[in-house]
Ligand binder design. Structure first.
Ligand code: BGC
Length: 933
């Protein structure tokens, strides 16, 4: 009896615990980052997620505590901020509103959420630390910094500042004493272009190619590291290596009107040690450091490669006790002209290790390694041989028919790394025997194949390892369908996007370009934001764009403006507005809009005043960039029937941008601007219609898909004319192009959604699943493991023909998620607070399994259809709700976990219309099923 009672008690307790644990607060973020160090925002924003296995969970209020110590936080002593209980369902980007946050200080925070299912607190406390903020008693323009800029502002005899810029890396070191128990030690560092940091021989952090690139004339980043564990009692050594990056850029004294370079590498470093007794010590970069530029990294050039001579190493140089008496003093050098700011986006890291699939020897004795995948990063080599022996590694995306590398599409980039062997293992190496391991520090390459010359002995695949490098962003999406072509395109897109994130979104990672072209991402960025958590990367890019604006208001085609391209095009700079809009929709981040509103408005005004004649924009440079040309060997079509009038494109875009600007004006409290923008819109619409619409033919301009899709999708076209315009688009694709794509970068940005919205989802599906030219599937069928720059990437002139470019994805990924999976945010309640789930079911597609980690949590949509049955499993995160569009022959046939919808919890039928049951659901997991025709 007693035993039974005890068991019952335990069972009851377990049940209570279980009930309690059914809502959790997790994924705490400050400024959208997990426990960030060194932020420089006076009012950081806090976010969290609620997670639950129950249905219908929502937050009713919250309370945030920010404390100066972990102990205080535990005791609920929010000495820095205690928000009190705030009645609100918001859990995203809540503004800090406490005491002034101090420069360099570390803070701890937690949150309690009050929900309709009870109260829950975050289980772990989170933290953040402030960067160097205070601007008093400091050298001009430098915030909180006591450090001095040091470097070596000249070339050495082995360097070259000609077109083929070569510069050896700068090695800098400093020893210091630390004699008490360390409470906290923090390094603030800006090493331009790139740096590696060591303390007592140990590399600090797992970031690579840091800091992220900026237009150094306007701003540059510092990074913050917690090095408490690395500081020893007694002697310590601080050491850094500086590489060129984009600062001492890849081409020097060559086409100076095009390439910008910023100077010789330089370092600003501040180490702050706080001791247990409250005292402090500061170690800063200054003239007391030691420098050597005659070390192992002989040259590092992002286009041409890195050369490392291990015979020139300084064994032990980054640790204590090294004799640096022969090293020289660094120069005190000028600070870069821009503002120093904290890097608030993720650093680049080695995100994946890639094992080569094969290695072949050619008749000439060279080896060719196949990584099995085109990607961007570097190659790690394991080698054993004689001291002074050199191996050469040259990279390419594909091979020629004779098995040699195909390098014509790399233009003048030499992409060659050279490693000179040490002759024995490294002193700290764990590798067996005399094995040496090497990989570059300051370059990356875009490649699938590597040519290996002069390798001692016979190399095998085990001697190599590929490192995929991109910004350390979480992969937030997964997407799989019954169609293998679509699956392979999705996979290729993932690799393409990852390869082209380099602290900014670049066009391609392999040839002598690698520039952040704005037009390539205008709409693509939206699809990418389902696949990767790219909120901070793109918010950073918006800042790059603003910084590249001229005083007159012009925006560049490339930002940061490493290349001087200001062509006053509408379609490339449009990215500034479309992507800020997407950051708001997708991640709920209003800051880019608030921060850049004035500068966007300035650009809109500049374009209007300079290029608008009778409400038509008369300037366009790129047209519908890269449409499928009439000959497979061409880069650009010359046949005018394939090209779309640039004035039409520019004017349609400008019109569309005005609608975003109206939204932004309302959001930022600039209501008077709304009227101005809307009046201008009306005038443009009238003029557009008059100029480009052909009344006889009932279509726009010369009838291309792009010429008709833009006015249709942007709602310039009056409703009464839409049917004929859709018919024209359909005919163009179906009859003239034999169910194939005919658009370039511009048209493809709206193609899939446009067709679907106007009743042509089956045609969209055909384009997405084609394997023949031109199509994304054609690329995959012809060996692509990423996305090509050109539809005819396997046959076109190599002059502009990258095999790893993402611009032609257009709106394909958005279509995958929003239309095929049917996951989209309701734009009146941004950031997926309200979700609209409306899948499109094209003929021939049997299932879709997709998920997306939104800012509120995981959304899942998995549907399958067959035998007149439709089954749909859905997950909606806590603190959100959704409206789902369930295909069915009648509302009565819809069930949820076997029950009629009226009887299922958290489910409410709103209406049944045109074969769709529109159902409102609360958070939770659901299994719907219905009969369809
Ligand atoms: C780049 C493109 C870019 C274009 C515009 C090309 O060289 O690779 O992606 O948008 O130029 O001119």
């Amino acid at each position: 009896m007693k035993l039974k009672f005890t068991i019952l008690l335990i069972a009851c307790f377990a049940l209570m615990q279980q009930n309690k644990a059914q809502v959790r607060v997790q994924n705490l973020r400050c400024e959208m980052l997990i426990n960030p160090l060194g932020i420089d925002i006076a009012e950081p924003r806090f976010s969290w997620q609620l997670e639950s296995n129950q249905r219908n969970v929502f937050q009713t209020s919250y309370q945030i505590w920010v404390s100066s110590s972990e102990q205080k936080l535990k005791a609920n002593d929010g000495d820095i901020w205690n928000s009190g209980q705030i009645a609100s369902d918001r859990s995203l980007l809540i503004n800090y509103n406490g005491k002034k946050l101090g420069s360099g200080k570390k803070y701890f925070w937690k949150v309690k959420a009050f929900t309709n299912k009870g109260e829950v607190s975050s289980t772990e406390s989170a933290f953040f630390s402030m960067g160097l903020l205070n601007k008093t008693d400091l050298p001009a323009g430098q915030a909180g910094w006591k450090a001095k800029w040091i470097g070596y502002d000249k070339a050495s005899p082995w360097d070259s500042i000609t077109q083929w810029s070569r510069l050896s890396a700068r090695y800098l070191r400093k020893e210091f004493q630390s004699i008490a128990a360390v409470k906290r030690a923090t390094v603030y560092i800006s090493g331009l272009g790139l740096y590696e940091l060591y303390i007592n021989g140990q590399k600090i952090g797992d970031q690579v190619l840091a800091p992220n690139p900026t237009d150094y004339r306007k701003s540059y980043f510092y990074n913050t590291y917690d090095v408490t564990a690395q500081i020893k009692n007694g002697n310590n050594a601080l050491a850094t290596v500086l590489g060129n990056g984009r600062f001492f850029t890849m081409r020097q004294n060559y086409k100076t009107q095009k390439h910008n370079t910023f100077g010789y590498p330089k370092l600003l470093l501040q180490l702050e040690i706080e001791y247990a007794d409250g005292s402090k010590k500061l170690i800063v970069s200054d003239e007391s450091w030691k420098l050597n530029v005659d070390g192992p990294i002989r040259t590092n050039n992002e286009y041409d490669g890195e050369e490392y001579d291990a015979t020139k190493e300084f064994p032990g140089w980054n640790n204590i006790g090294f004799n640096d008496s022969k090293w020289i003093r660094p120069e005190l050098v000028a600070a870069p002209p821009g503002n120093i700011t904290a890097q608030m986006s993720e650093p680049m890291k080695v995100m994946r290790i890639i094992k080569p699939v094969s290695i072949r020897v050619l008749n000439n004795g060279k080896y060719v390694l196949d990584m099995g995948q085109n990607f961007a990063g570097w190659l790690r080599v394991l080698v054993k041989g004689k001291r002074g022996q050199q191996i050469k590694l040259r990279y390419a995306e594909s091979l020629q028919a004779n098995g040699e590398l195909f390098t014509a599409n790399l233009r003048d980039a030499k992409v060659t790394d050279i490693y000179t062997l040490r002759g024995h293992g490294h002193e700290n190496s764990l590798l067996p025997g005399n094995m040496e391991s090497w990989m570059p520090s300051f370059v990356s390459h875009g490649f699938r194949y590597v040519e290996i010359v002069d390798f001692p002995g016979i190399p095998t695949v085990n001697n190599f390892e590929g490192h995929l490098i991109y910004d350390a962003l979480e992969t937030t999406g997964s997407f799989q369908t019954s169609n293998e072509v679509i699956n392979s395109i999705y996979k290729n897109a993932w690799w393409g996007i990852a390869s082209n994130y380099k602290g900014m979104p670049i066009d391609c990672p392999q040839r002598n370009e690698r520039q952040p072209w704005l037009g390539d991402r205008t709409i693509g960025a939206q699809g990418e934001s389902f696949v990767f958590d790219n909120a901070k990367l793109y918010a950073k890019w918006m800042q790059d764009i603003e910084e590249s604006q001229t005083d007159e208001g012009a925006l560049p085609d490339v930002a940061p403006a490493f290349w001087n391209y200001y062509s006053d095009d509408v379609t490339w700079p449009a990215a500034y507005i479309t992507i800020s809009n997407n950051l708001y929709n997708q991640f709920g981040d209003t800051r880019p809009i608030q921060k850049h509103y004035e500068s966007m408005k300035k650009w809109m005004g500049y374009m209007r005043d300079k290029y608008m004649k009778d409400y038509i924009i008369i300037k366009d440079k790129y047209g519908d960039w890269c449409v499928p040309p009439e000959s497979l060997h061409l880069i650009h079509a010359k046949d005018s029937s394939r090209l779309t009038d640039g004035k039409l494109i520019a004017t349609a875009y400008y019109y569309k941008l005005l609608s975003y600007m109206q939204r932004f004006a309302k959001l930022t409290g600039n209501d008077p601007d709304v009227k101005e923008f809307s009046q201008l819109s009306e005038n443009i619409r009238t003029a557009f219609q008059k100029t480009f619409y052909n009344q006889q033919q009932k279509y726009y301009s010369n009838g291309t898909v792009t010429a008709n899709l833009l006015p249709l999708y942007f709602d310039i076209c009056p409703d009464s004319l839409k049917e004929a315009v859709v018919k024209k688009i359909y005919e163009k694709i179906h009859v003239e192009s034999n169910d194939h794509i005919s658009t370039g970068l511009i048209g493809t940005q709206y193609l899939m959604r446009g067709l679907t919205e106007y009743g042509q989802a089956d045609l969209a599906f055909t384009l997405a699943s084609n394997k023949t030219y031109p199509s994304w599937g054609y690329m995959a069928a012809n060996g692509a493991t990423t996305i090509w720059e050109l539809w005819n990437g396997n046959t076109a002139d190599p002059n502009m023909n990258s095999q790893n470019h993402v611009m032609l994805l257009g709106d394909l990924l958005t279509w995958f998620y929003e239309n095929l999976a049917g996951i989209r945010t309701d734009k009146t309640a941004i950031g997926f607070k309200k979700i609209i789930m409306k899948p499109t079911l094209p003929d021939g597609l049997e299932f879709v399994n997709a998920s997306y980690k939104s800012v509120y949590g995981l959304i899942k949509s998995s549907w399958k259809k067959g035998n007149a049955k439709f089954e749909w499993n859905i997950s909606i995160p806590a603190n959100t709700s959704a409206v789902i569009y369930m295909p069915a022959v009648a509302a009565e046939v819809v069930t949820e976990t076997g029950r009629a919808i009226g009887k299922a919890g958290g489910v409410k039928l709103m209406k049944f219309e045109n074969g769709i049951a529109v159902i409102e659901i609360a958070s939770g997991q659901y299994q719907f099923s219905s009969q369809i025709k």
